[in-house]
Design a protein around this ligand. Sequence first.
Ligand SMILES: Nc1ncnc2c1ncn2[C@@H]1O[C@H](COP(=O)(O)OP(=O)(O)OP(=O)(O)O)[C@@H](O)[C@H]1O
Ligand SMILES: [Mg+2]
Length: 268
Amino acid sequence: MQAVQISKKGTDVPFYLPQRDECDVFNAAYRGQMPLLLKGPTGCGKTRFVAHMAAVLGRPLYTVACHDDLSAADLIGRYLLKGGETEWVDGPLTRAVREGAICYLDEVVEARKDVAVVLHPLTDDRRMLPIERTGEVLEAGPQFMLVASYNPGYQNILKTLKPSTRQRFIAIDFDFPPAEREIEIVVRETGLGRERVAQLVRLAGKLRALKGQDLEEGVSTRLIVYCANLIEGGMPIERAIRVALIEPLSDDADIKQGLIDLVATVYG
Ligand SMILES: Nc1ncnc2c1ncn2[C@@H]1O[C@H](COP(=O)(O)OP(=O)(O)OP(=O)(O)O)[C@@H](O)[C@H]1O
Ligand SMILES: [Mg+2]
C-alpha cells in the first residue's frame, strides 16, 4: 500500500486536457458530496485527471493503489508499536476524512471484501467512518471526497463491484481521447513536433482497432507519450515504436509481426 500526498492549493496544477465534460462532473460531485467512480482502460488519463482536479480544488490528495491484499485496516489505520508503547496511526482514508482531502482508490476492485464494508457508510448520505479499533466515529466534512477507479477490461466475474457498492458512486466512462485531443496532449507532454505526433496517433488508432481480436487492450495514451519522448530524445522512430508501442502490447511473435506490418502502412 502506498499513500501519496500531492497537492496543496496554488501549487502547480498538473496539465490535463479534458476529453469531454469530466471536469464539470467532478466539480458537481465534489459540491454535491457524491463519491465518483472512474472507469476506463489503462493509460487513458484517470490518475492525471484526479491529480489535476485535486490541485484545482486545492485539496490534498491521498492515492491508494489497491491490490488483492489491501484490507480495511490498511485504509483506516492500525495500532503500531513505538518505543514499547502502542500508538494509533491513521491510514490514508482516515487522514483524508480528517483533513477534508480527496482520497483516490486506484483499481478499487482489487481490494479485499472487507474494504466495501468500510466504504458503505462513508459513501451514502451518512458520510461516516467508524473506526472500530479506537471507538471513534468520524463524520466526513464537505471537503472530503472519495474517488475510485477501475478498468472494466480486466475484470472477471469474481472481480466486479457489488451493485450495492457501485450504486453509491456516480460514474464517468473514460476512453482514449479523440485524435485531435490526443495529439494536443502528446505535444504538450513531450514537445515533439505536431506532425510527428499526429502520425503516432494515427498509428495508435490502427493498433487500437485490433483490440479484442489479437490484443487484450489497445495502445494507451501513456505509451504514445513514452514513444514521443523517446523520439524527441533522439531515438530512431522505428526503434521507439518497437519498444514503446509493439513490445508492451504482446509477447506473441506472430501478433508482433502483424503489428509491425501495420506500422509500415502508416510509415511505409
Ligand atoms: N487528458 C489528458 N491530459 C493530459 N495528459 C494525459 C491525458 N490523458 C492521458 N495523459 C497522459 O497519459 C499518461 C497516462 O495517464 P494516467 O496515468 O492518468 O492513466 P490512467 O488512466 O490512470 O492509467 P492506469 O489505469 O494504468 O492507472 C499521463 O501521464 C499523461 O502523460
Ligand atoms: Mg492510474
